[in-house]
Ligand binder design. Structure first.
Ligand code: 3BY
Ligand code: FES
Ligand code: FE
Length: 425
């Protein structure tokens, strides 16, 4: 029975893999993807298998689990995961699946426990995943050591937690070292806390959410609040960058250099990009009036005017780290046309709510922006679902970030499926 079921499932998957690969090989490189990549259930399953189960994913912040026994949970498609702070401060990640009969262990999004106890029959696990107790009726030959929680790869750097569901995760050391160096002045690892957070569900494929984020072609028409502080230029290598912008960047970089704060563009393929860029006009923070959203600056920052450290992590995160606060974004696919976007606003851990910052003020710009982007992605999805949709051309000047993302996606899909990405046009 098992064999028949898995052979059947494999056949379907092989056909889907073949046609996905054929479409990726024959697509026009600077055009949006063929329709099935945005709305087909089988291609969504393939995205989950080949991207979300094989790449490093941004999961959360270490400051969300500051003490032993603190945990957070998330779901990567059908895979519930728990991330828990163990003894000696280590961060562990496990499949949130009991080794008895498979119940989910922890149901809350966050919490604190002494041990991980299954709600079904109370099998009890140590914070490092070892099974400690399995009732008294498992028979004489039952060996607790065979039933520990299944581990998930986890790495932390600069306060960020990344997980990978594959046992052969892609290389990430160089990126994590750089991330740590760029984040050190902001103190996200040891001196930050989440001031407020939001999760919204967008009726759009996850790739439309990322594509939307990778360009600011839509910003002038869509984001009045964000444009109070965000410069449209992506970084100093942006093909649209004017001399005036380059001069401004040079002036700011001299100031940041004096504070010993990194700013250079650092790239790790198209997967990761870090760069500190100035904010526009008089703005020093992504708030409605451009003034600091928290009076207590982050980490060892001495100036409010630190621009924004922009961090991109494909496939699922973008970030803005300013002098006074940080905004981190996590994208998790829920279905072919459903995606959750979680936004967290972080401040110095000693900043006092109501005195140093007002969470309602802090969140305003990105709440508005997220909602505007949600509408854009949803309308994009609705048009793509039409029989009239055909892939359209990206602008190399305005949408180079989208081109980079789609090429990265195509390459990772092919490579992770064991097919040569080099055969792409
Ligand atoms: O600020 C961001 O994260 C991106 C960059 C361009 C548009 N978008 C809102
Ligand atoms: Fe967890 Fe039975 S399923 S104890
Ligand atoms: Fe936008």
């Amino acid at each position: 029975m098992d064999l028949i079921a898995s052979a059947g499932a494999d056949d379907v998957t092989r056909g889907v893999r073949d046609s996905a690969a054929a479409m990726l090989y024959s697509r026009d490189r600077n055009f949006s993807l063929p329709q099935p990549f945005y709305n087909d259930t089988r291609l969504f399953a393939l995205d989950m298998q080949e991207i979300f189960q094989k790449e490093w994913l941004f999961a959360g912040m270490t400051c969300e689990i500051p003490k032993k026994g603190n945990y957070l949970t998330l779901e990567i498609g059908d895979n519930p995961v728990i991330i828990v702070r163990g003894t000696n401060g280590q961060v562990h990640a496990f499949h949130n699946v009991c080794r008895h009969r498979g119940s989910r262990l922890c149901m809350q999004e966050r919490g604190k426990v002494a041990k991980l106890v299954c709600p079904y029959h109370q099998w009890t696990y140590e914070l490092d995943g070892r099974l400690l107790f399995a009732g008294s009726d498992m028979g004489e030959n039952f060996d607790l050591s065979e039933y520990g929680l299944k581990p998930v790869q986890v790495r932390t750097a600069g306060g960020y937690i990344f997980i990978c569901l594959s046992d052969n995760p892609p290389a990430v050391d160089d990126f994590l070292e750089t991330l740590e160096r760029y984040l050190e002045p902001s103190g996200l690892a040891d001196n930050a806390k989440v001031a407020v957070e939001s999760s919204i569900v967008e009726d759009a494929n996850w790739k439309l959410v990322i594509e939307n984020n990778r360009e600011c072609y839509h910003c002038s028409g869509a984001h009045p609040e964000l444009l109070g502080s965000l410069m449209e230029f992506d970084d100093t290598e942006d093909p649209r960058a004017t001399q005036e912008y380059k001069d401004l960047v040079a002036r700011k970089q001299a100031e940041w250099s004096a504070c010993d704060v990194p700013f250079e563009v650092a790239r790790f393929g198209s997967r990761n990009r870090l760069t500190r860029t100035p904010l526009s006009g008089e703005a020093v923070s992504m708030t409605m009036d451009g003034k600091p959203g928290s009076k207590k600056l982050m980490g060892r920052m001495t100036s409010t005017d630190m621009g924004s450290l922009r961090i991109l992590h494909l496939p699922n995160s973008w970030n803005h780290i300013m002098g006074d606060h940080a905004v981190v974004f996590r994208v998790l696919p829920l279905g072919p046309q459903k995606t959750m976007v979680t936004t967290k606003w972080l401040v110095h851990k000693d900043a006092v709510e109501g005195v140093d910052y007002d969470p309602e003020e802090l969140r305003k710009v990105w709440d508005a922006t997220n909602d505007q982007d949600r509408r854009l992605a949803e309308e994009n999805q609705r048009g793509i679902n039409s029989i009239a949709y055909q892939p359209g051309p990206y602008s190399e000047t305005f949408e180079f970030g989208v081109i980079d993302f789609v090429n990265w996606y195509a390459e990772r899909m092919l490579d992770n499926m064991g097919r040569s990405p080099r055969l792409q046009l």
